[in-house]
Design a protein around this ligand. Structure first.
Ligand code: SAM
Length: 341
């Protein structure tokens, strides 16, 4: 068994803990905001590394309950955990045999005394036979202190995800699109819709989750729809993916109660012309309840504060299964998981 921790978007700890427990056989140790510590067999490392909803994953070499200096002092002298740690081939970089040490306190990278750093680097180098490269290393050792009072010394086993590149304005990060789609509990043969699909991040993430069923992606922006049609063609998803230009406030054109799941990121009223945001969400929710099957699930990412009022209005027709407050591009938003009664 090895001890690990993974980081992910703030606000989603219960959701990510549930996914992790489904995907990996593990024992949870600590769960804090945006952070889960757990034990798992090393044979599962490769699978863990590729879990889309995790930002970064680290294998823990040592941890203490106490401040960061306790760990830094111990690492600059003789740290027995480091000395006795088995640096399995899976953990070591195979091309660039270099490393650097990163120090993080309460989610901020900090600098430390250079002599202490040199001593820590020397100790790590003696044990791992890696050499120091502070600019472009093959792997990273982290000393990370959390506000809950724990300090970890760990090796990072994931690459930094640079998913900001090439994203259109308003397009969700792939990680968040994955989480939203999966929160709807996808099963085979469902009819799924994202009526505000934009660039298609949510339905494209959903398409990878099941083989059968139909995904409908619609938006009222013709240009976005043409671009998404191209993507769907290139990805060879045409058999299970319908892309169409339509108004989300006219979902009643679909049959009554025919849709199993809705996952969507409606406009937040920041860029779009919406004269009355309450009326817009009221009309939208009415449409969604009309087309959703009883027990059907909607996952909505919403950045407006009027939504709880809308939910209150429809409380006889639906039940709120969960609400998760997150930040999207620095703006406050909430994910609502709602079941139609
Ligand atoms: C927040 S963005 C969705 C972004 C999308 N999740 C993505 O990753 O690209 C909201 C989308 O709603 C669309 N929209 C606004 N009003 C609409 C309406 N009445 N019917 C359908 N789409 C609408 C906009 O064109 C925009 O693409």
């Amino acid at each position: 068994m090895i001890r690990l921790f993974s980081t992910f978007a703030s606000g989603l700890t219960p959701v990510i803990a549930e996914f992790l427990q489904k995907d990996i056989s593990l024992r949870l140790v600590n769960q804090w905001d945006g952070f889960i510590e757990y034990c798992a067999e090393s044979s599962q490392l490769d699978k863990i590394k590729h879990l889309q909803y995790l930002q970064n994953t680290f294998v823990i070499i040592d941890s203490v309950r106490g401040d960061i200096n306790l760990m830094l002092n111990s690492l600059s002298q003789q740290n027995n955990k480091l000395k006795n740690f088995s640096f399995d081939r899976q953990l070591m970089p195979n091309k660039k045999r270099t490393f650097r040490v990163v120090v993080s306190e309460e989610n901020k990278l900090i600098g430390i005394n250079n002599n202490t750093m040199l001593q820590i680097e020397k100790n790590i180098s003696n044990i791992t036979r890696l050499t120091v490269d502070r600019k472009n290393p093959g792997c990273q050792f982290w000393v990370l202190h959390r506000s809950e009072g724990h300090t970890f010394f760990a090796i990072r086993i994931t690459e930094l995800k640079s998913d900001d590149k090439g994203r259109a304005r308003g397009e969700l990060r792939p990680q968040l699109a994955y989480v939203l789609s999966r929160m709807s509990e996808p099963t085979e043969n469902e009819l799924f819709i994202d009526p505000f699909c934009g660039s298609g991040s949510i339905p494209l993430a959903r398409a990878k989750m099941t083989k059968k069923g139909l995904i409908i992606a619609s938006d009222n922006d013709g240009q976005l729809i043409s671009m998404l049609k191209e993507k769907v063609k290139k990805l060879d998803l045409k058999k299970k993916f319908v892309v169409r230009q339509s108004d989300a406030l006219e979902l009643h054109n679909y049959y009554h109660a025919c849709i199993h799941k809705v996952v969507s990121d409606p406009p937040w009223g920041c860029f779009e012309e919406i004269s009355d945001i309450f009326d817009f969400y009221d009309a939208l929710f009415n449409e969604l309840l009309e087309v959703l099957l009883p027990n059907g699930i909607m996952i909505l990412l919403i950045g407006t504060e009027v939504f709880p009022e809308v939910l209150e209005k429809y409380k006889e027709s639906c039940s709120l299964l969960g609400k998760y407050d997150i930040l999207v591009s620095g703006k406050k938003a909430s994910i609502y998981k709602i079941k139609k009664l």
